[in-house]
Design a protein around this ligand. Sequence first.
Ligand code: ADP
Length: 206
Amino acid sequence: VTVWPAYARIKKLSGGTPSSNTYPVNTRLNEKIAIFTGDITTLEIDCIVNAANRTLLGGGGVDGAIHRAAGPNLKIESGSLAPCETGEAKITYGYNLPAKCMVILDSHDVIHTVGPIGEKPDALESGYLNCLELAVAKNLKSIAFPCISTGVYGYPNKKAALVVLRTVREWLEKNDDKMDRIIFCLFMREDIEIYNRLLQDFFPLK
Ligand code: ADP
């Protein structure tokens, strides 16, 4: 199993300066956070999160990549767990993935598909929390999240990152013995830039 280095130890990420030191320095929490740039299906960890639609039969984007990498048996199991209702997270075996398990979230829930103000921060937050709690309930110690809902579902990237980082920071403060590693898997240049900037605020190094 590959252990991804905590971001606190990756020098090249220390470029940004904290704009508002909202959260106190907590080295123990920092050691649990990592960012990974690339394909989530390559991660050898306990579980990866999939941003799916409610049918759980596979789709485009990260969902499609996960189904291709996991192989056809994933669809049989995930399809049998459908529908994935609002706020729910489900868990499956990882099949051909190097990750042991997969946590599935209906990423459609976190955004209205119609209307100019689509974002639903509460749904995004509860989605991440449900994934974390489900992983803990299954005794999984490492989890990787893609940038849920910021792809096809169009949640604005920076607004999503702000919700995600706050949610994870606050969850870890209460549950830091329950998870060893939380990885933000970044796929788009824009998200890499956003997370590099914002990590300093939510997980300040000093
Ligand atoms: P959603 O429907 O939740 O918006 P998408 O799959 O369209 O889901 O996009 C979610 C995020 O996942 C986007 O940032 C997208 O670039 C990213 N993504 C796509 N493929 C992969 C992959 N193989 N590994 C990690 N992230 C990916």
